[in-house]
Design a protein around this ligand. Structure first.
Ligand SMILES: [Zn+2]
Length: 401
């Protein structure tokens, strides 16, 4: 078999050594490490640990100030208030660099750190209409050879609270958004049924997946999760729905959690957590043991919600592991799985992983194995997309623009 490129001396987690043969941007074969190169162009990976490209499962390409002027964080008047934060965001956005510039900054940051797959939420609501989405769609097209991006039409100002939003969400899908989003049906829109009618209505009409932001805590959050799960089952959308944050799962009683986790597993609803700050967050092992897919993302990076975030999903795995009290190799591998294979499952990615037939999207790491990589977060990575070097040592390679 003729290959386009042979990546020699790749070391997989667990110690197996392979040459990775690539044809048409896909892994055509995993050859023994002593196989001859033949006529293919070769790249010697020098026995680096090779892992699949990271899955950035939740980010906001339209609202980051990364690479722009530093914007000091403004606290809410009293605790944490989604409406007030949305208002701060609108003030900040009016003063910021153009959205396309900021989105490119953030994409470069994610790519140099090894993300080859992404799901970004983009504001679609009565305040910004479809403008943000149009900008991010253009930027996505520019980056099509560097990273695969799913876009969620995200009603940041609510659906019922923001006039015109149901229609805009519908139009957003026609324009090129891949999923429909939602935002705190109870606390923000104050009508769970009507909010979910719109979200699942748009999803059903267009045959797209759903990813809902849910910050509500405790039993209110758990109630909304059950409502979303019930809708998912009723529409036969198992495997096509995700709930982002789902903080409520982190602060309900253990027996209640068990019931909700079983409901989520039965409904095929995935949970996204980035283990943020000092908040309660979904217990990763409990959910996984129940059969729930748990994935992750950086979420906000230097935006109006918080100043943190570095676009590095490997460091996100560290945070997930640290906040979950993960210490054993097996647990550290769970943290890594959340930012790789589980992300691919939640995003329903075609051709993911270090396997024959998959896209040749991978990252080299200076680490002995995955558990060490999760705690050491080694730099000096090389990032390959479809067998092409797109970033090395923290720099983008040969980007045309
Ligand atoms: Zn978010």
């Amino acid at each position: 078999m003729a290959f386009d490129k042979l990546f020699m001396n790749a070391r997989f987690d667990g110690g197996a050594r392979h040459h990775i043969a690539v044809k048409d941007g896909r892994i055509a074969a995993l050859l023994p490490a002593d196989a001859p190169a033949g006529d293919a162009a070769t790249v010697d990976l020098g026995n680096a640990l090779v892992v699949p490209g990271f899955v950035e499962g939740h980010i906001h390409l339209d609202t980051s100030f990364y690479g722009d002027a530093w914007r000091p964080h403004k606290p809410c008047t009293d605790g944490f208030d989604v409406s007030e934060r949305v208002a701060f965001q609108a003030q900040n956005m009016a003063l910021s660099a153009p959205m396309d510039v900021r989105a490119r900054n953030q994409l470069d940051l994610c790519i140099i750190n090894g993300s080859t797959q992404m799901r970004s939420h983009v504001m679609v609501d009565g305040s910004v209409g479809l403008k943000s989405l149009e900008t991010i769609l253009r930027v996505r097209e520019e980056y099509r050879d560097l990273i695969d991006i799913q876009l969620v039409a995200f009603p940041q100002s609510g659906i019922l609270a923001s006039p015109g939003t149901p229609q805009l969400l519908d139009e957003a899908i026609g324009l090129g958004a891949n999923l429909v989003g939602g935002l705190d049906p109870a606390s923000f829109d104050r009508d769970v049924e009507k909010h979910l009618d719109v979200v699942f209505g748009v999803a059903g009409k267009h045959g797209v997946d759903v990813d809902i932001h849910l910050h509500d805590m405790g039993s209110l959050g758990a109630f909304e999760i059950e409502q979303i799960a019930a809708r998912t089952r009723a529409l036969g959308m198992e495997g096509h729905v995700a709930i982002s944050h789902a903080y409520g799962l982190g602060d309900i009683a253990a027996d209640h959690l068990k019931t909700v986790a079983e409901t989520l597993a039965r409904s095929g609803v995935a949970i996204m957590t980035n283990a943020p700050g000092a908040r309660a967050f979904p217990p990763i092992l409990v959910l996984r043991d129940a059969g729930v897919t748990v994935f992750s993302g950086n979420d906000n990076i230097r935006d109006s919600w918080w100043p943190y975030g570095d676009g590095d999903m490997l460091r996100r795995a560290t945070t997930l592991g640290y906040r979950s009290g993960f210490n054993t190799d097996e647990e550290l591998r769970v943290a890594f799985d959340v930012v790789t294979e589980s992300g691919a499952k939640a995003l329903r990615l075609e051709g993911y992983g270090l396997r024959v037939g998959a896209k040749a999207d991978f990252v080299t790491l200076a680490a002995e194995h995955v558990p060490e990589a999760v705690v050491a977060v080694p730099q000096g990575r090389a990032v390959y997309k479809a067998g092409m070097l797109v970033a090395e040592n923290g720099r983008m390679i040969g980007k045309a623009r």
